[in-house]
Design a protein around this ligand. Structure first.
Ligand code: MF3
Ligand code: CO
Ligand code: CO
Length: 273
């Protein structure tokens, strides 16, 4: 027997409302990003935007986390703490927004481009974006957790990247982190069977170099051990009979992130306009 809760329709409604609120804040963040601003500026914006919408930023004081959002630049894998770091042209930054609304959590993140990226920055970012899409495409009642991890791992490694093991997706509801743990590596046909009404995040962290990570003395900031670039995207989904609903689906394209189109489509590979 599994300890993963099946959400009621009412609970899914609450999680959808929280997810949509987090998604709107993430879009709004994308609009304001520019070189010269600090990650503290992003924190101030996310805090105020979240409160203005009637929500509360879940990261603030979560297990002692000191800020309202995670901002993870370049070789920072996740859990970057906003501060005086100035964004420079060529940087990539993951902004991870989690909103509490009416007691429900909405958790979503994306990697953004500050100015024009290097080929390496673009590659790791677009690979991680595709990894999330491929993971989501595995989800339906009866599929296995391992199907998600396998789809992500096969694609990332085929693109010469690696998948972080030390941090995983998670169930979510009236609590930030619930069972199950959603590994972004795995084997098809293995792991827990998915059931309609399960709600969890998929949030692959993809590195240009090795998958090993290091945690800074601040106890939060996670870095790639080899200081290679890392990128991440996160959605929160509810499993349905025939697939899933993305509770953090966006109402429009993400500014400063969804700017290259589908770089992995056959047409793009062939160089067709
Ligand atoms: N939002 C992160 C996640 O996707 C968790 C951040 S915990 C914090 O699970 F304390 F660093 F905010
Ligand atoms: Co999450
Ligand atoms: Co998150």
């Amino acid at each position: 027997m599994s300890n993963v809760s099946i959400k009621t329709l009412k609970e899914v409604e609450g999680l959808r409302a929280a997810g949509q609120m987090a998604a709107e804040t993430l879009i709004a963040v994308g609009e304001i990003l520019r070189p010269g601003m600090t990650t503290e500026d992003i924190n101030t914006f996310v805090h105020e935007d979240t409160v203005r919408r009637g929500g509360w930023p879940a990261p603030l004081n979560y297990h002692g986390f000191p800020k309202s959002v995670c901002t993870s630049v370049n070789d920072v894998v996740c859990h970057g703490i906003p501060g005086p770091r100035v964004l420079e042209p060529g940087d990539i930054i993951n902004v991870d927004v989690t909103t509490i609304y009416n007691g429900f959590y909405g958790d979503t993140s994306a990697t953004f481009y500050i100015g024009k990226p290097s080929n390496e920055a673009k590659h790791v970012t677009e690979v991680s974006r595709r990894c999330l899409e491929l993971g989501i495409a595995q989800v339906r009642e009866g599929a296995r957790l391992g199907d998600i991890g396998a789809a992500i791992q096969e694609f990332a490694e085929g693109e010469g990247c690696s998948v972080v093991r030390a941090f995983v997706g998670h169930g979510i509801g009236r609590q930030f982190h619930e069972p199950p743990q959603v590994s972004h590596v795995g084997k098809r046909g293995q792991g827990m069977r998915l059931r309609a009404g399960m709600v969890f995040t998929i949030e692959p962290m993809i590195n240009l170099g090795g998958y090993e990570v290091e945690i800074l003395d601040d106890k939060w900031t996670v870095l790639t051990a080899d200081r290679s670039l890392s990128a991440q995207f996160e959605h929160q989904i509810v499993v349905t009979k025939n697939g899933c609903e993305v509770l953090t689906r966006r109402s429009r394209k993400l500014p400063n992130s969804e700017i290259f189109g589908d770089v992995f489509s056959i047409a793009a590979a062939a160089g067709t306009p």
